[in-house]
Structures are given as structure tokens and as C-alpha cells.
Write a protein that binds this ligand. Structure first.
Ligand SMILES: Nc1ncnc2c1ncn2[C@@H]1O[C@H](COP(=O)(O)OP(=O)(O)OP(=O)(O)O)[C@@H](O)[C@H]1O
Ligand SMILES: [Mg+2]
Length: 503
């Protein structure tokens, strides 16, 4: 039986047909994966379902339990048992966990919020998702994984029958992913249906009962997981056979461009806590250095500190092309030849209200201006170049980046830093949220840059990516480099072993 049928759903934005007569059916108590390239329409379809785009702004029918429904807002959809957890988390950082869970649905008596009851109930829902924290903890003090679980607790508290998760694991640690999968399996056995959007095929195949593939706003296929495989889903997504996932080319590393000696970094608030401990490494022109490690190992802290963006105190020596440099701010770092594609595009990468070309040229205004005046034609030329190189899906260069799909936003971040022509390009989870076809474009560009003499440091939690692209791999654990591998000697097993401290 289908709990949900979406029939001939179409939705347009100015200049974009995001959904074109999409059909989508979900059974009771199944996990249904929704796959497709960046910009295929996945998030839009789920925003229609969850009432974020109200009736009248799209065409087609939503049928729930055999009954046609029209949602005018999110509350209507919630009443019908639908809850969505968005691609970008949406909790209020200044409020407590309990306040967030019951935001807008606080238990009241004669108009007075019953705080004891609220916190008591919140504690029950937290237990349900395996989160052992007090409900009066402030959201801002939680990690992303824990926030994700709070969002799920919040959804469950609304007696959700159809839970939608839009790329829920993009920022989770391995153990958090395992917890999430456990919860979803549990919900399935209780008859809750789940729509699961993900670019990670191993997860899709571990969890889903059915898989629907969208391409360019159309439904391409709905498949039974047992009757399909990774390769079929990927080729349906990109519309062609994708034989090679990692374009490995022989690089020829030359002179050392970066040397880091006895580098130590302290936590910005907990000032006696060291997050990076006596790190030494060299990076050569024309090589890709992969940094592997578990989440929390210190990889992001190391590179953001080198980039002048961390805040905590750092000691040690940094030499660029043999000359000592002192980096106290991001502009110092850019001047010294660094660029950083950050893992968190919202906080460090993009200005959401500004358009594609402005975001692209933002870090390199000198290239598009003369005597401080921006030359529009130059700005357009550069903006266009990276939209074409990266195959970014956008209606125009004047489109605000906030309206692009998640993966296409990440491409704009990548373009912005490629334009700065760095000597040392640091990429922190560069393909997070990016579809398999587009990943390939980014890898290709990385190889081209390396050929031109750029040195790349790539942090990635996806081991196949580290193994597929790096010339050399350093493994970090608890703030130290614990092993170095030539790519030829590295395997998923020996990297994981080093990352977990050899256990
Ligand atoms: N608010 C909006 N205004 C204008 N265009 C939009 C808006 N939201 C989405 N779009 C466009 O609609 C298309 C589908 O976007 P959507 O976010 O649904 O893609 P997606 O499949 O979720 O991709 P991703 O994997 O990158 O998250 C894209 O071309 C996108 O630019
Ligand atoms: Mg999306």
C-alpha cells in the first residue's frame, strides 16, 4: 500500500523548470531513497511535499492515504504526518534543545507554557533517538551530528508518518551515521515511512527498500533495491555510463612549496587544550596530498589555522617556497598563496543573497577591477568561465546563490577559490553534497591545476576519494600525523587502522 503518491508534480522558478510532471510513490514502512544529480529537483520535490511551497505554487496532486491533500503551509503538512529535515540545519542556536523541539508547539495551560512538562517530554524524545544530553543544553554547543538527532527528535514529537531527510549524513561522523541508520531501521519497523536523499551510494544501498531517480526534473525510474545496483543507479542519474570514478593521472611533483615545522594549535576558547600537536610536513608543487582521519582528528583545525581562519593560538614555522611567512588572517594567507575550499559553505564560503558572479570574484577582486572599480565585463567573463568549467546549474550569473541547489552552491565555492590562482589549494571535503558526475568534473580540474604546478591538500572522509586522487596520504589521529602512505601502498584498511590508533 502506498501512504504517499505525488502525481504529475510540476514546479517552476523564474527561468527554471525544477519539476516536470514528477511521479513519486512511497509505501508504508519503507525507506525510499531519492537520488539524482545536483539540481535534479530532489529538494524542491520534498519542499512541495512538506508544505514549504504551498498549494497553488505548483501543479499536480499530493495523495496521502488515498486522500488528495492541499497544504497551505508547513503546519498543514505536519498535521498530515509529514516532517522534513532540511539539507541545511535549521535549529535556533541560542535556544535550548527542549525549546527547539517544541518550538511553536509548546505545551500550555491557560496560555502559560508548561516548562516542566516541555522539558520532561523533550527528554523522552531525546532518549528515543539515543541522544544522552540534557534538554536544557543550548543548541549552539552541540556538534552537527547531535543537532541532526535533535531535528529527528523534533520530527518524531509531531507523530510523523513520513519523515523526509535531505542529505542527512553529509556532516556526520561514522558513529553518528551508524546511530542514524539504527534509528531509521527502528522507525521502519514501527511503520514510519522515510524519504532519504543522499549522494552516497553505499548508504542508499544499505538502507533503502526502493530507489527513485530524478533527472532534470523528471522521474527516470523507481527501482526495487534488491533488483538494482550502484552502477545502474549512477548511470540513470547522469544519463550515461560512468566507467571511471577517479581520473588518476601520473603527477610529477617538483620543488617544495610549503613546509610546516613543529606546528601546534590551541583551542580558541579552551585555551590550554591543544588541538594540533607538533605537526611537521612538506608539500610539493604538482602533488595532491590527501589528509585522512576520523572526524574530530584535527584535520579541519590544522588547515583552517594555516589559512588564518581558526582563531586559536598557533606556534611553529610555516615556510612558503622556502621563506617564512606569518599568517594572522585570511588576507595574509591569500597573499601568501593559499586558498581554502571550506567544508562549511554557509559559514565561510558564500554570501547567500549575492549572485553567482559576485560570489565567484569576491576573493579575487583585483582580477576584475582597475583602480578599485569593478569591470562588469570581466566579472561576467570569470563568472561564466567557472560556471562552464564546473558545469554549475544556474539560471544565470545574476541568480542569488541561495537559490541554487546544495551541490551547485558547493561548485560556486570551488570556482571562487580556483579563480584566486593559489599556489597552495586546500580543499576540505571538496565534494560533500556533490553528485557523482560532478565529482568527476572537480577531480578533473584538480588534475589540471596540479599539472599547472599548483599543490593541493585534500581533506576527505570518503576513503575511496582519498585513495583515488592523492599522490601521498597523511593520516591524522588526535591532532597528530600518525602515518604516511604512498598512494600505491594505501588501502582503506591500513588507513582506517592508522586513523583509529592502530587498534
Ligand atoms: N528558490 C529557488 N529559486 C530559484 N530556483 C530554484 C530555487 N530552488 C531551487 N531552484 C532551482 O531548481 C532546480 C532544482 O533544485 P533542487 O534544489 O531541487 O535540486 P537538488 O536535486 O536538491 O540538488 P542537490 O543535490 O544539489 O541538493 C535547480 O536548478 C535550482 O537552481
Ligand atoms: Mg538538494
Amino acid at each position: 500500500m502506498h501512504v504517499l503518491e505525488m502525481v504529475n508534480i510540476s514546479k517552476e522558478f523564474p527561468g527554471v523548470k525544477a519539476l516536470d510532471r514528477v511521479n513519486f510513490k512511497v509505501r508504508k514502512g519503507e525507506i525510499h531513497a531519492l537520488c539524482g544529480e545536483n539540481g535534479a529537483g530532489k529538494s524542491t520535490l520534498m519542499k512541495v511535499l512538506s508544505g514549504l511551497y504551498p498549494a497553488g505554487t505548483y501543479s499536480g496532486d499530493i495523495v496521502i492515504g488515498g486522500e488528495k491533500k492541499q497544504f497551505h503551509n508547513i503546519t498543514d503538512a505536519e498535521k498530515a504526518g509529514i516532517a522534513i529535515i532540511h539539507q541545511e540545519l535549521a535549529l535556533v542556536k541560542e535556544m535550548t534543545v527542549g525549546e527547539n523541539i517544541f518550538l511553536g508547539a509548546e505545551p500550555t495551560k491557560r496560555g502559560v507554557i508548561q516548562w516542566d512538562e516541555l522539558y520532561h517530554n523533550a527528554a523522552q524524545w531525546l532518549k528515543r533517538v539515543g541522544l544522552h544530553i540534557s534538554p536544557d543544553t543550548k543548541i549552539g554547543s552541540l556538534g552537527i551530528g547531535q543537532q541532526q538527532l535533535v531535528e529527528i527528535a523534533k520530527a518524531l514529537s509531531k507523530h510523523t508518518q513520513i519523515l523526509i531527510l535531505d542529505e542527512p549524513t553529509a556532516a556526520l561522523t561514522e558513529s553518528e551515521v551508524a546511530i542514524l541508520m539504527g534509528i531509521l531501521n527502528q522507525l521502519r519497523s514501527e511503520g514510519v515511512s522515510c524519504v532519504y536523499i543522499s549522494h552516497k551510494m553505499p548508504e542508499v544501498f544499505a538502507l533503502a527498500d526502493s530507489i527513485t531517480v530524478l533527472r532534470d526534473g523528471h522521474t527516470v525510474a523507481t527501482l526495487d533495491r534488491k533488483e538494482t545496483d550502484d552502477d545502474q543507479v549512477v548511470s540513470l542519474m547522469v544519463g550515461r555510463e560512468l566507467t571511471e570514478r577517479y581520473p588518476r593521472v601520473e603527477h610529477r611533483p617538483s620543488d617544495t612549496v610549503l613546509e610546516v615545522r613543529n606546528y601546534n594549535v590551541w583551542h580558541p576558547e579552551k585555551r590550554n587544550q591543544k588541538v594540533i600537536k607538533d605537526v611537521n610536513f612538506q608539500l610539493r608543487k604538482g602533488e595532491i596530498l590527501g589528509i585522512a582521519g576520523l572526524m574530530g582528528a584535527g584535520r579541519t583545525e590544522l588547515v583552517s589555522s594555516l589559512f588564518g581562519a581558526y582563531g586559536g593560538k598557533a606556534t611553529g614555522e610555516v615556510l612558503v617556497e622556502g621563506k617564512p611567512v606569518r599568517i594572522r588572517s585570511v588576507s595574509d594567507a591569500i597573499r601568501a598563496g593559499f586558498a581554502l575550499v571550506s567544508e562549511d559553505r554557509k559559514r565561510q564560503g558564500l554570501v547567500m543573497g549575492m549572485d553567482v558572479k559576485t560570489n565567484t570574484t569576491m576573493a579575487t577582486l583585483a582580477k576584475v577591477s582597475k583602480l578599485g572599480v569593478i569591470n562588469d565585463n570581466e566579472e561576467i567573463r570569470w563568472g561564466l568561465k567557472y560556471v562552464q568549467d564546473l558545469k554549475t546549474k544556474t539560471a544565470s550569473l545574476e541568480t542569488p546563490v541561495g537559490t541554487l541547489s546544495g551541490g551547485n552552491q558547493q561548485k560556486v565555492v570551488v570556482g571562487k577559490w580556483l579563480m584566486s590562482d593559489p599556489k597552495i589549494l586546500i580543499m576540505d571535503e571538496p565534494t560533500r553534497g556533490i553528485d557523482v558526475g560532478a565529482k568527476y568534473e572537480i577531480y578533473h580540474l584538480m588534475n589540471q591545476l596540479v599539472d599547472q604546478g599548483v599543490a593541493i591538500i585534500m581533506i576527505s572522509s570518503e576513503l575511496p576519494e582519498v585513495l583515488g586522487m592523492s599522490d601521498r596520504i597523511l593520516v591524522m589521529s588526535e591532532g597528530r600525523f600518525v602515518r604516511e602512505f604512498d598512494w600505491r601502498d594505501a588501502t582503506q584498511e591500513n588507513i582506517m587502522q592508522a586513523a583509529t590508533g592502530g587498534k
